[in-house]
Write a protein that binds this ligand. Structure first.
Ligand code: SAM
Length: 237
């Protein structure tokens, strides 16, 4: 069994106790259908090294394999979509790095097994890039980035929403949500009333896999990019 505690200090400082595999699986089973939907989005807000994200990725990749293993190009595209649907935030940099590496290795192992000689270095680079954006070192309570001492910086966490628009074109839309957490009057004026009304009428940004026609008013929209999924890293930042 994987160790649930790395050190007493980390437990005391950050409440770092990893969830055992049996509990992870049981909890994922509570939303089984969603974990098996390739594009359903999940955020693990204190992700550690990604116990929940790894289980969900493994379920999603099993579905992609079942559907597309005979068609390497389709397998590649939908496995990228599966990775792009997973988000994590952790306050400790080493956990974020371990989480990204773990998800990347899981994806790459399956990718090699299915696509064999057709594997693409550009695609691999895209998956690494997507993970570098989706697994963020920050404070999940304030949604701000943190420094090396786990203190909030002035920089909000930027989340990238990924969605295929046409064929192989992958759209990335960047948003921040930090102001929603600040609870100041300005934030309430901007989002509060309108947000509640919207929730009754339609699903939120992170529920809806369709590309947003216009940016969601739940967060602050920053920028949109549309690129072939093998080249998303060209918009590096
Ligand atoms: C109880 S562990 C859970 C890890 C993982 N989700 C699991 O179930 O195995 C809590 C994690 O939250 C992180 N953490 C603590 N405070 C946090 C905060 N304010 N924002 C983001 N992550 C935080 C810790 O570094 C630790 O990795």
């Amino acid at each position: 069994m994987t160790k649930q505690v790395k050190s007493k200090q980390r437990v005391a400082d950050h409440g770092e106790v990893f969830t055992a595999e049996r509990e992870v699986k049981s909890m994922c089973d509570l939303v089984k259908t969603e974990t098996e939907r390739i594009d359903s989005r999940f955020l693990e807000p204190a992700c550690g090294d990604g116990n929940f994200l790894a289980e969900i990725l493994s379920r999603k990749l099993a579905v992609v394999k079942k559907k597309y293993k005979k068609f390497p190009m389709d397998y590649e595209k939908y496995s990228v979509l599966a990775v792009s649907s997973l988000y994590g935030v952790d306050i400790l940099q080493d956990n974020c790095e371990a989480c990204r590496e773990r998800l990347y290795r899981m994806w790459d192992k399956e990718y090699k097994a299915v696509c064999k000689k057709e594997v693409s270095e550009d695609c691999r680079r895209s998956v690494r890039f997507i993970l570098s954006r989706n697994i963020v070192c920050g404070n999940a309570l304030s949604l701000m980035r943190v420094d090396e001492n786990q203190q909030d910086t002035e920089e909000p966490i930027v989340f990238s929403e990924w969605a295929f628009v046409t064929g192989y074109q992958l759209q990335r839309s960047d948003y921040t949500f930090a102001r929603l957490m600040q609870g100041d009057d300005e934030a309430r004026d901007l989002f509060g009333k309108k947000k509640r009304k919207k929730r009754e009428e339609q699903m939120t940004l992170f529920d809806d896999a369709e590309p947003a026609e216009k940016p969601s008013d739940e967060g602050e929209f920053l920028k949109k990019y549309v690129t072939h999924y093998r080249r998303v890293w060209k918009n590096e930042q």
